[in-house]
Design a protein around this ligand. Structure first.
Ligand code: PMP
Length: 383
């Protein structure tokens, strides 16, 4: 049963509180439960927050947060897209939903089927939750080097989690290759293949890109992101370049990865050094990255990124991952390189709560020789 009604203006609000515009609300009755739905297109229209139909519809439309101290210090507008506020807690919720919807539409994923994926964690969390919400089992193959929080979390979310030793991509026992084999051997199995399935970047082309474009009032001049699968960087880049080809697209790469080498020199041979950043650090050009114009790349050192991590936490109140801090370092480097007046956006990929035993554990930082030492912003000179 379905009937139209309208939202009653609450009269209990304190003086000066902005009242919501009157909106049409659809009232549903489903057996003994009644619930209300509003289709809301932007947060301005939703001063009390969004109302959505379920987990999947809650993915995306994240806030864009001005990074105050860094904007003041550089004379640019530096913005962080708060992807840690997605319902599964990371930017990968978007890719997970995009991949699942695409597979449903093509018939690759059948009702009651099993989603299988090799993932450093966040895509697995997104797939497990999207899977639960849409009626699929999820099998996750994850390198045993990933944080305990992510592995335990995935199990708690109902995924069948199998840890494997970390092996290079060319090794047949690499976690991605194992996941493909497991999918082949699973009845009604679907291999999500986030690295080479372009439904991943399409999700960002359709959602993250337009959100950033309109949240910056079409004034964005630069976008910076690190690369795991490359879905975020590529999808957002494709959308922004279509709107304005002058928007600078920059890859922020950790040491030990080959994206800097690929963007700067056209090959993936330089991948010296190492990084403790999880979820990023790509050594090959994935299908998601193919054909995308990336204008520049920076290499960001872990010790400087950890300084940024603690700056973001202690000065801005943002509790995020090292990949997020690497992204923000890249945004600051672009700000300083290109000069004042730029409008630069980057991605705050996931929450620091996934790294409490590592990045937010003084003993672990000490062991890795990554204890932050800066009091102010002097570390910006070392980016
Ligand atoms: N940061 C974290 C913490 C991630 O898990 C990922 C995805 N693996 C990324 C950044 C990079 O996202 P993408 O796969 O879209 O390149």
């Amino acid at each position: 049963m379905r009937q139209e009604t309208s939202l009653k203006q609450p009269d209990c609000l304190p003086e000066g509180h902005i009242h919501p515009p009157r909106q049409k609300v659809t009232k549903f009755r489903n057996s003994d439960r009644v619930f209300f739905m509003r289709e809301i297109s932007s947060p301005e229209n939703a001063p009390y927050g969004f109302v959505t139909k379920g987990f999947c519809e809650t993915i995306g439309r994240t806030p864009l947060i001005r990074l105050q101290a860094l904007s003041e210090a550089t004379g640019c507008e530096i913005w962080g897209k708060a992807e840690f506020l997605n319902p599964g807690g990371s930017v990968k919720d978007r890719a997970a939903l995009g991949i699942v919807l695409d597979a449903e539409a093509s018939g690759a994923l059948q009702p009651g089927g099993t989603i299988v994926e090799g993932t450093a964690g966040n895509t697995g969390i997104g797939l497990a939750l999207v899977g639960n919400a849409r009626g699929y089992r999820t099998v996750i193959i994850i390198p045993e080097t990933q944080s305990k929080e992510k592995i335990d979390g995935l199990r708690a979310m109902g995924a069948d989690v199998r840890t494997v030793p970390e092996k290079p991509y060319k090794d047949p026992d690499n976690y991605i290759r194992v996941s493909q084999r497991v999918a082949d051997q699973t009845p009604n199995g679907f291999w999500a293949n986030q690295f080479d399935n372009v439904a991943n970047r399409l999700a960002h082309y359709r959602t993250t890109g337009p959100e950033i474009w309109y949240q910056t009032e079409q004034k964005i001049t630069g976008f910076v992101a690190s690369v795991g699968t490359g879905g975020t960087l590529a999808g957002v880049a494709l959308y922004l370049k279509e709107q304005n080809p002058d928007v600078q697209i920059v890859c922020a790469d950790p040491y030990g990865a080959a994206m800097w080498s690929w963007v700067k020199h056209g090959h993936t041979e330089i991948n010296d050094g190492d990084s403790v950043a999880e979820g990023i650090g790509q050594s090959r050009v994935t299908k998601n990255l193919e054909g995308v114009q990336i204008d520049d790349a920076y290499r960001i050192r872990d010790d400087v990124a950890v300084e940024m991590l603690y700056h973001l936490l202690l000065t801005e109140g943002l509790f995020v991952s090292l990949s997020s801090a690497i992204n923000v370092c890249g945004a600051v480097k672009l700000a300083r390189f290109g000069g004042r007046g730029q409008v630069i956006a980057t991605i705050l990929c996931d929450s620091g709560s996934r790294y409490v035993s590592r990045l937010y554990n003084p003993r672990w930082l000490e062991e890795k020789r990554l204890t932050p030492k800066s009091n102010g912003l002097e570390f910006l000179d070392r980016i």
